[in-house]
Design a protein around this ligand. Structure first.
Ligand SMILES: Nc1ncnc2c1ncn2[C@@H]1O[C@H](COP(=O)(O)OP(=O)(O)OP(=O)(O)O)[C@@H](O)[C@H]1O
Length: 413
């Protein structure tokens, strides 16, 4: 069997394996072994121990749902980032295999490069080191947020759009990332954005309008049809991209938005301001001196078009790329944004902010409730039918609330 045949077999295997947990676990182990057997990019554990000074706390770059990430330097001077799989997490194992398999197949300026893996005695993923770290740290947690002037933010929007366009349309197989958010966008020394964290990404079968799958993602970034019905398509990534665009413009985090108590979240606020003809007022004040109003107006409209409730109305990423070069007047009018409870609100049936899992009324950092299971799970079924958006809103609100059971520190479902 050729290397590429066996590699492809490795990729589809998790989607074909049955749901029996023992056999899943065995197949995960087998997958890990196959990665080392069939892929050349294997790092010796001792090399990574020495590169990270034995995973010294001073080298720790951050902590993800998967485990800690450390900075390292290998003998030839190359700087690396090493993700260490948490010891006990089964979900982490699935994400490890998923990320290794999918990232190994892609190469793009706006997608982080996977340099290799180590599977024994510990499971580690090795990436190119991206020095300006993740967008969320700069945008939401730093006093140096003015480092991100308008030009940089616009370039980040364009770069992430190109990265997603590649994943959806130009990569060897269509890939849905499923977890586009500020903390999964890394910035290199030239502020070029790199999409990272493919633990939950999925290969998307050709000729399907969407796939049905269990929900995994981060509150505030998940499209309503996906969070309510597990209806996953490239338009779920488009939605998350739209949220990131509006966060970059406003400097506000969608999920913890609290600037206006009349508004459910950032999307609701941005849309209402836009409808009042005050769209530009969502611009973060520190950007006023550097912003190009025409570009800002276009980006606001793009953010709103991407986050529309009806996923059929959301543009594809190739259309977004086109839109970025257009003036705002040349773009269509956005319809209201989608988020859990948005339909009820627009019909005067607002529900309590604590149960809808996405409204900004509570500014709690403890993220919304999570469904069991989490990321990297196999597809459960494939369908070409498109559900009725109105039904989705009404049923989904209840289902999302009843699914609530565990909290995940990173707001992941
Ligand atoms: N290649 C890299 N270069 C530099 N820093 C990185 C790199 N990869 C990850 N990091 C840092 O490590 C942190 C943790 O990353 P990770 O992808 O594991 O988790 P996350 O995206 O923050 O959270 P979650 O796993 O819940 O989505 C990131 O926020 C980032 O600051």
């Amino acid at each position: 069997m050729t290397k590429s045949n066996s590699f492809l077999r490795n990729i589809v295997k998790p989607f074909l394996s049955n749901s029996n947990s023992n056999s899943n676990q065995e197949s995960q182990e087998e997958d890990l072994n196959n990665i080392t057997t069939h892929e050349q990019r294997v790092f010796n554990f001792e090399t990574l121990v020495s590169a990270t000074r034995n995973f010294h706390p001073d080298n720790k770059l951050g902590q993800g749902g998967f485990g800690p990430v450390f900075k390292g330097k290998v003998d030839n001077g190359t700087e690396i980032a090493v993700k260490k799989l948490g010891q006990t997490s089964n979900q982490g194992k699935r994400e490890f295999v998923n990320e290794a398999k999918l990232l190994a197949r892609v190469q793009h300026r706006n997608v982080v490069s996977l340099l290799g893996y180590c599977v024994s005695p510990e499971k580690l993923l090795v990436y190119e080191y991206v020095p300006n770290e993740s967008l969320d740290k700069l945008l939401f947690k730093s006093r140096a947020r003015d480092t991100l002037d308008w030009k940089r933010r616009y370039d980040i929007i364009s770069g992430v759009a190109r990265g997603l366009l590649y994943l959806h349309e130009d990569a060897p197989d269509c890939i849905i990332h499923r977890d586009i958010k500020a903390s999964n966008i890394l910035l290199d020394e030239n502020w070029v954005p790199k999409i990272a964290d493919f633990g939950m990404a999925k290969l998307y079968p050709e000729d399907q309008t969407h796939v049905n799958t269990r929900i995994a993602g981060t509150n505030g970034y998940m499209a309503p049809e996906y969070v309510m019905h597990g209806n996953l398509s490239i338009k779920a990534d488009v939605y998350s991209f739209g949220v990131v665009v509006l966060e970059l413009i406003s400097g506000q985090k969608n999920y913890t938005f609290d600037l206006d108590s009349e508004c459910a979240n950032l999307l609701d606020w941005a849309y209402k301001q836009y409808k009042k003809g005050k769209g530009l007022e969502i611009l973060e004040p520190i950007l006023a001196s550097t912003a190009d109003p025409v570009q800002v107006a276009s980006c606001i409209k793009i953010g709103l078009l991407c986050t529309q409730f009806d996923h059929h109305r959301r543009p594809t990423m190739s259309r977004v790329a086109l839109m970025l070069s257009r003036k705002p007047g040349a773009l269509e009018e956005p319809t209201p944004p989608g988020y859990l409870g948005s339909r009820r609100r627009s019909h005067g049936l607002a529900t309590s902010s604590s149960s809808d899992g996405m409204s900004g009324g509570s500014n709690s950092q403890s993220r919304a409730p999570t469904a069991s299971g989490g990321g990297g799970v196999p597809l459960t079924s494939i369908t070409t039918q498109s559900p009725n958006p109105a039904d989705m809103a009404d049923q989904g609100h209840h289902r999302a609330a009843t699914r609530a059971s565990h909290f995940h520190p990173h707001g992941r479902r």
